[in-house]
Design a protein. Structure first.
Length: 165
């Protein structure tokens, strides 16, 4: 039996490596990506649905089969506004407004990727949940946002590939 080589990957990646963009195009033709600023916590997930597939052949051991995948992103962000006009950031506002809509108005097109250009990069359509988080007198205005995947999450080429984020 051979001994595996010691890994050469000795650095730990930083949690703040993700970036989220929102498609602000209103025509439905070519995406117009806007950076969603102020993100403090970003947790993408893929959750499998597993169904029991145990048979007599498994000799008493349970067997499971993945039958569906669901993706989501949970994030917390600071609610950004313009220093002079006090208008909220347009990308954040589009997320907030989508959370209050029905049907196709509730759906947003997003992409997320590694800020340092690594291969991890996806896009998809999602429904939005928007919840105020920072509400005490000494808090910053922060918001919890959940993006619940609507259909397939698609791997894309990282827009920052070949650059240093």
């Amino acid at each position: 039996m051979s001994t595996p080589a010691e890994p050469i990957e000795t650095e730990t990646a930083l949690a703040r490596r993700y970036r989220l963009d929102l498609d602000t195009d209103t025509t439905g033709t070519t995406p117009t990506w806007a950076w969603v600023p102020g993100i403090q916590d970003f947790a993408p997930k893929v959750e499998p649905t597993q169904q029991a597939s145990t048979t007599y052949d498994d000799e008493g051991w349970t067997d499971q089969t993945v039958t569906e995948l669901a993706w989501s992103i949970e994030l917390t962000m600071l609610h950004r506004c313009h220093p002079t006009t006090k208008a909220f950031n347009a990308a954040q506002e589009k997320l907030r407004l989508a959370a209050e809509q029905f049907g196709s108005g509730a759906r947003v097109h997003v992409r997320w990727y590694d800020r340092e250009g690594r291969d991890e990069a996806y896009e998809g359509y999602a429904l939005v949940t928007w919840e105020s988080d920072g509400t005490a007198t000494d808090d910053l205005d922060s918001v919890k946002v959940t993006l619940t995947g609507k259909g397939k999450r698609v791997p894309i080429t990282n827009p920052l590939a070949g650059t240093e984020g």
